[in-house]
Design a protein around this ligand. Structure first.
Ligand SMILES: C[S@@+](CC[C@H](N)C(=O)[O-])C[C@H]1O[C@@H](n2cnc3c(N)ncnc32)[C@H](O)[C@@H]1O
Length: 434
């Protein structure tokens, strides 16, 4: 970037910050305007709605320039939680004395340069040889490495000499032999972790415990996050800004460090999972939002496709997919423009089709789309017909009329109500099949 571009970009940021400052000074203005901006006026003047959507879709990232305390993730993120052991794959080799310093780490620090796969660490190798291969501590090669460290007056897991160290190892043995009687929250020291720029959890302290848990049948462990990489903090903060414009997150987030509130919880997935006829195949999620369902169904073994019209959702969807190392395909277009693949085992149409009842053109597009689609089962979540947003709709079906409309226009012919309401909202879920 040259000086001129730098100056322009700084001025843009400054102008938005000043505007934002005054904006937040008037009580309620922010909330009212967001609501107004997001929904209300759209419903009243259809042409304006299209225009604003177009503008927002193109320039949505402007909201990321806003700098405000409201979007400080430290106000929302919690530092102590229970974490799936399988999420902890790397350790960072730092001695305990450096931990204090590390919790104030500067932004240039790159964790990845100091990482070791947990299974390659001496701690894991020592425990694996003892627990699984039944070797005595002193007969394991890497044991001497720990003794060497102790002989230089450095501590190992809080132990200052070999006698203390052996005692500590025996206490781990005790836990390993009696793991079914262990209260993981009380009997095991908290593991201290950091989060790198890509959302990966890294062990800062407690490598022996993590190794022990990986070698036994524990699935989760209490951890304390003592450091977050600045780029991870930025990502979390951008997420909060994005969330604020949309009112509230619609779907829960998969990553444990992004525990922001959402309208829906895991309930819908669990209900659908209980009513699945197959355990793998292809799945299309229409209006995927942040692709929560693709994450969950990929875990079950499905080959998933997320179709989502809004570039802002797609931006975060991609990031969240990559953070979790998922493979599902993301298609950023209207479902009506989907040409490449129209043959699926399962289709999710959750809280989406009623949007197409609001205008004649969309209604006709929906009929044509249902006619083109080849599928075996659809999980369908309709709206509540008494909701305000449907007041001026072109058509407004009640739940069963809507299901019959889908059957009439698609290759499906049976249905079953699998749930009356979830997350306190009176929007049922139907399974529609052949
Ligand atoms: C109310 S949300 C429902 C999200 C998700 N299906 C769920 O129930 O958790 C509707 C989503 O559909 C997207 N959407 C709206 N019209 C669409 C279209 N024509 N094609 C694809 N996605 C669309 C919206 O951007 C939004 O993310």
């Amino acid at each position: 970037m040259n000086d001129k571009q730098n100056f322009i970009s700084k001025m843009k940021g400054k102008t938005i910050r000043v505007f934002w400052y005054f904006f937040t000074k008037v009580p309620k203005l922010k909330t009212t305007l967001f609501r107004f901006y997001a929904w209300r006026i759209f419903e009243i003047v259809p042409y304006f709605k299209k225009l604003i959507y177009k503008f927002y879709d193109k320039f949505w990232y402007i909201e990321l320039l806003i700098d405000n305390k409201d979007f400080d993730p430290s106000n929302y993120q919690i530092d102590k939680y229970s974490l799936e052991i399988s999420r902890i794959k790397f350790a960072i080799h730092i001695r305990q004395t450096s931990l204090k310093h590390l919790s104030n780490i500067d932004s240039n620090w790159d964790f990845s340069e100091n990482l070791t796969n947990i299974k390659d660490t001496n701690e894991y190798i020592l425990l694996e040889n003892h627990f699984l291969k039944k070797l005595r501590w002193k007969d394991i090669d890497v044991y001497s490495d720990f003794v060497k460290v102790l002989s230089t007056n450095k501590k190992v897991s809080g132990c200052s000499n070999e006698v203390e160290f052996l005692k500590y190892l025996d206490s781990l043995d005790e836990i390993f032999q009696n793991f079914d009687r262990i209260d993981i929250n009380k009997d095991i020291a908290k593991i201290k972790v950091g989060i790198d720029r890509n959302g990966r959890f890294l062990v800062f302290d407690g490598l022996f415990i993590v190794s022990l848990l990986k070698l036994s049948d524990f699935k989760t462990a209490p951890v304390e996050v003592i450091n977050r990489h600045p780029l991870w903090i930025k990502f979390s903060s951008d997420f909060l800004k994005f969330q604020s414009v949309h009112g509230e997150l619609y779907q829960p987030l998969i990553h444990p460090d992004l525990s922001f509130e959402s309208s829906y919880t895991d309930q819908r997935f669990l209900i659908i999972q209980e009513n699945l006829a197959i355990n793998n195949g292809t799945l299309l999620d229409i209006g995927a939002n942040l692709a929560y369902f693709c994450h969950k169904f990929e875990d079950l073994g499905f080959n998933c496709y997320a179709v989502e019209i809004r570039p802002s959702n797609v931006h975060y969807m991609k990031k969240l997919r990559d953070i979790e190392g998922k493979k599902f395909k993301i298609i950023n277009k209207s479902i009506f423009d989907l040409k490449e693949k129209l043959d699926f085992d399962i289709v999710l149409a959750l809280n989406i089709f009623h949007h197409f009842l609001r205008e004649k053109e969309l209604y006709q597009n929906l009929i044509a789309f249902l006619g083109r689609l080849k599928l075996k089962t659809m999980y369908f979540q309709p709206h509540d017909p008494s909701e305000n947003i449907m007041r001026n709709a072109y058509v407004n079906y009640d739940n069963e009329q809507f299901v019959r409309f889908i059957i009439k226009n698609s290759c499906l012919n049976k249905f079953e109500l699998i749930n009356k309401q979830s997350d306190g909202r009176s929007r049922p879920i139907y399974k529609i099949f052949k």
